[in-house]
Design a protein around this ligand. Structure first.
Ligand code: PLP
Length: 371
């Protein structure tokens, strides 16, 4: 079965191998050495000044960012399930917030940010997804974060980069907190999350807040090469190996270029066979297709062609097909995904199979027509 869901993504053999070693104790010089190396790589990978790691899924890092960086009022962009999650976290801690709510295919409007910040001078933190995974939407986070800082440079800008880190180069110029997780573009099992921190984020942190997710307490321990609580040793060993592969062996430019080619090739291929992209501006992390037959297509893909892609959630249940592009994906696997979609359309009597999606994919990915 080809796992083509936008998280979790397949874990490469080499990562599974290093994680198969016997568990080591976390309060030892051996682990401290590994953890220090991992932190160095992670900070380089995120292009942030500092980083903290948590044993939790990505949502834990989202919670940490709300708890530690919203002291008065949050401004939250909600273009889908993950934006909504920031709202729910803020609510659960009785934080004050202003929500900018959009349809799941629609990006934040800069004028709405302007208006909200004028009307609420007490906003001290801004939360946005880089890629909103529920609809595969790319938010204009560069313009949004630049605008927020121009209006009030004391606002802490938090970006959920869980489906953007390792997908595309992220402009961290106006970012204070960058949220990441293990089971998306980092191709690790679920269970590890992290925050990249700017110098400003560290300054305003003070004593931190919360208990398990106290960023100040964690940062202090992690700078010394240990963790406040038991470290997720196995996952951290996997993370070190993965960052070595991505940074030193593949190279980040190559990783971003490959992902961009897989994503463009997939978009062009599915559009060529008459399918409709869902978001107004698609992210490179995944291709989301809007289709009334989405469920039937997904069923055929799974049962007949061994391809597992994700569907839609909530009001888009049964209406979306979401194809992952995160991680190190072989083009011959990705081209088979669009090929099998074309075969499924034939089976549903919508379109005769002619191998068009596969051809467009390969021409685009391997840049055949340009040569
Ligand atoms: C997957 C994801 C998360 C975190 O989800 P977890 O299930 O807690 O790991 C957060 N934000 C985005 C944009 C995601 O895609």
């Amino acid at each position: 079965m080809l796992l083509f869901t936008p998280g979790p993504t397949p874990v490469p053999e080499r990562i599974r191998q290093v994680m198969a070693a016997p568990t080591i104790h976390h309060r030892t010089p051996e682990f401290t050495k590994i953890f220090k190396e991992t932190r160095k790589l992670l900070i380089e990978f995120l292009k942030m000044d500092e980083a903290v790691v948590f044993a939790s899924t990505g949502t834990g890092a989202m919670e940490a960012s709300v708890v530690n960086f919203c002291k008065k009022k949050a401004l939250i962009v909600n273009s889908g399930k993950f934006g909504e999650r920031f709202v729910e976290i803020a609510k659960s801690y009785s934080k004050e917030y202003v929500e900018l709510k959009y349809d799941w295919d629609e990006a934040v409007k800069l004028d709405d940010i302007k208006k909200a910040m004028r009307e609420n001078p007490d906003i001290d933190s801004f939360f946005i997804q880089i890629c909103e995974s529920s609809g595969g939407l790319r938010q204009p986070f560069e313009e949004a974060s630049q605008l927020v800082k121009a209006l009030n440079d004391e606002v802490v800008v938090v970006a959920d980069g869980i489906t953007a880190i390792g997908v595309e180069p992220i402009d961290t110029t106006h970012l204070d907190v960058l949220i990441g997780g293990s089971q998306k573009a980092l191709m690790l099992p679920p269970g590890l999350s992290f925050l990249g921190l700017s110098p400003y984020a560290q300054r305003v942190l003070g004593e931190g807040a919360g208990y398990y997710f106290n960023v100040a307490k964690e940062l202090k321990s992690q700078k010394e090469g240990t963790t406040a609580f038991t470290a997720a040793t196995t996952l951290i060993i996997g993370l070190r190996e993965m960052l070595n592969i991505l940074i030193k062996e593949v190279g980040l430019d190559e990783l971003y270029d490959r992902t961009d080619r897989i994503a463009s090739a997939t978009r062009l291929a599915v559009e060529a066979i008459g399918l409709t992209l869902f978001p107004q501006k698609p992210a490179n992390a995944m291709t989301a297709i809007y289709d009334e037959d989405a469920e039937a297509i997904r069923k055929i893909l799974k049962s007949k062609f061994g391809v597992n892609v994700a569907g839609g959630q909530e009001h888009l249940k049964g209406k979306l097909i979401r194809i992952n592009h995160m991680g190190l994906i072989e083009p011959y696997e990705a081209s088979f995904v669009v090929d099998s979609i074309e075969m499924a359309l034939d089976e549903l009597g919508r379109r005769s199979y002619e191998g068009l999606a596969n051809r467009i994919f390969n021409e685009t990915y391997f840049r055949i027509l340009e040569e």
